[in-house]
Design a protein around this ligand. Sequence first.
Ligand code: C2E
Ligand code: MG
Ligand code: MG
Ligand code: MG
Length: 284
Amino acid sequence: RAKEGGRNRLQFFDTHMQAAVDERTNLENDLRLGLQTDQLVLHYQPQVDAAGRLTGVEALVRWQHPTLGLISPAQFIPLAEECGLILPLGQWVLHTACQQLRVWARQPHTAHLTIAVNVSALQFAQESFVHDVLAVVHETGAMAQRLKLELTESLLVKDVEGMIAKMKELKANGVGFSLDDFGTGYSSLRYLKRLPLDQIKIDQSFVADAMTDAKDEAIVATTVALGKSLHMMVIAEGVETQAQRDFLDSHGCHHFQGYFFGRPGPVAELARFWRDETQALQTQ
Ligand code: C2E
Ligand code: MG
Ligand code: MG
Ligand code: MG
């Protein structure tokens, strides 16, 4: 009897494991197909300066699944990284963002805008990464100076020399770099000093509690000071309220991204920024 129970338990467990594996395989196949059939969409989230003017956007990918609806990147980027689909996916994101830059370059009121693109560790580790990025820039006719690549500290764990070499080569061609989710991963100030970064992003977890938690406030203040002394621009992410915006501003952080200024959305939603500016000019 005990033996039987054991076997049943084992079978039960197997069935569940099998179901999980099946679901994963399905999703992986769906994603492969989705990539080929235009199911991915790029949303853009505004980044603004102290005067509330749009300076650029971050490109954030979404997956319009035929039956499951709009899937967030938190749900499929890790899967894409595990099965290697992040490479074609990342290439698609880069290409789409650079095409958008090319469109914006044709209009005087949008020509200055930058697009920040998230890059996965696996993508960056490719031998051909520098070549691939520059090829997309050339193909689309985008200005490299308007493209920013967002890296995370997870990239810092191996081959720092190789990483710096790739960054320098891209920077020599005009591409900028931003360190995403700063302070949440493996941060080494020694590396931070050596990486040719243009910008660091204060992670939203620090922004969220900076006004109520003295330790988070200290982290925000220190990050701003660090960025300034290393000649890097500092931008805060996850800014949801006017009070947070003002608090960050008073701590010397003058660039913001967050729901308070706009959620990620289709490119057309950004038009209110240049409409607002035109109206401001007309009423002056
Ligand atoms: P991330 O690069 O740190 O992007 C910021 C995330 O915070 C986005 O989530 C954005 O929608 C969200 N966010 C922005 N403002 C606020 C706010 O005020 N409050 C709150 N609570 N959240 C805010 P999203 O779009 O779900 O993306 C999640 C992550 O997925 C990104 O984090 C990034 O690591 C990854 N990701 C997104 N697109 C791509 C991509 O094209 N390639 C790669 N490799 N990763 C991507
Ligand atoms: Mg990012
Ligand atoms: Mg981030
Ligand atoms: Mg993140």
